[in-house]
Ligand binder design. Structure first.
Ligand code: ATP
Ligand code: MG
Length: 341
């Protein structure tokens, strides 16, 4: 069902990502040790990697919201359980892993325990390719962040049967997390294959919405579809949000857009007051470093130190919210206009 709000997990539910799936298939069949799946929020990265795994032996681990080691191992257990139909034989007999009807238990402390690295080493000993997907790895904090970075580097150098795929929405932060350009990082100088997940062009957005509504037995007026295509700019997560809200009875496209803006605003409100001021300035049309600085100075009576402003703009770009003083998602631009830093 196209308008399902959760990430898709099967290729048959995935709309128009054949090229990306083929690229992932190719990367894995060539034995690339590390592939990145990059794209802005709600563009469909998780759906792509999950649907990809449907045909492979592998595990999907969601790193978002993981702050403790116990949570990491819970996520590993959840991931192993979801892919059990393909990986059961591989996991059977591995110390520290118990397979039961209700779930997969990973013993990570005490006697007969296994570490994440140990688990991958055991899997690597068996024949055949295994895929480890880690979603939003850049959101991890120390010490787990450093541990997983080392794990990815170790796998890259030593585990020839394992392909790691890392997906993430904060593209710059993800690259900097991995430290590919940082001489002190264990992954320094390694080749990584990158796959970019992009927005749908207008005709595809239209086809997506029309098909999604048809599945639900509905045919909204052409102008409603056109309006939504314009507002949500081919970002599939917003198109699904629109489709679902419309089905639930909200027929006013502007109103649905307002609901989306509210969601974006909730996320943006986690940023610092200074970061919010910069975003607001850009949303109001400031399109250079000096215009942002004067905007904040005039509206707020605060002159941001030069280095502070540069650092904030860098961070906002690393988070994939803006690029060259433009928003990557029009809903975020609208949300930023409403920020009250
Ligand atoms: N190719 C697709 N076909 C149909 N629905 C899709 C597709 N890609 C994503 N979706 C839907 O769009 C929404 C967002 O998708 P998903 O969670 O995969 O994106 P994401 O890029 O991982 O988002 P986030 O950055 O928030 O983690 C979900 O409702 C999902 O079902
Ligand atoms: Mg995701």
């Amino acid at each position: 069902m196209l308008f399902d709000l959760r990430p898709k997990s099967s290729r048959s539910d995935l709309f128009n990502r054949e090229d990306e799936l083929r690229e992932l298939d190719r990367a894995v069949s060539r034995g690339y040790p590390l592939t990145l799946v990059l794209g802005i929020r709600r563009i469909g990265k998780t759906s792509l990697v999950k649907a990809f795994l449907e045909k492979h032996k592998g595990v999907y681990i969601d790193a978002r919201g993981v702050s403790r080691r116990s949570e990491l191992y819970e996520r590993i257990g959840d991931g192993l359980y979801s892919s059990l139909s393909r990986t059961r034989r591989l996991l059977e007999g591995i110390r520290g892993i118990s397979i039961a009807a209700a779930g997969v238990e990973v013993r990570w402390r005490g006697s007969d325990s296994i570490s994440f690295t140990g688990l991958l080493q055991e899997i690597n000993k068996k024949s055949g390719r295994f895929i480890l997907v880690i979603d939003e790895i850049q959101s991890l904090r120390p010490p787990l962040s450093a541990e997983l970075r080392s794990l990815v580097a170790y796998s890259y150098d030593n585990l020839e049967n394992i392909s790691v795929i890392i997906s993430g929405s904060e593209v710059g932060l993800l690259r900097s997390f991995l430290g590919l350009d940082d001489a002190s990082s264990p992954l320094y100088g390694r080749y990584v294959h990158e796959i970019h997940v992009d927005r749908f062009a207008k005709d595809l957005s239209k086809e997506f919405l029309t098909k999604g509504f048809k599945e639900e037995g509905l045919k909204p007026p052409g102008e409603t579809i056109e309006e939504a295509v314009e507002l949500f700019d081919g970002i599939v997560g917003w198109l699904v949000f629109f489709g679902r809200s419309y089905l639930d009875g909200t027929r006013d496209v502007e109103k649905i857009s307002g609901m989306a803006v509210k969601l974006a605003l909730d996320e943006l409100n986690k940023l610092s007051p200074r970061e919010k001021s910069v975003l607001k300035a850009i949303a109001e049309g400031a399109n250079s470093w000096s215009e942002v600085r004067s905007f904040i100075s005039e509206k707020k009576g605060i002159v941001l130190p030069k280095s502070t402003l540069t650092r904030i703009i860098d961070k906002l770009e690393m988070m994939s919210i803006v690029k060259n003083y433009e928003f990557l998602d029009p809903i975020y631009r609208k949300a930023c206009k409403r920020l009250k830093p």
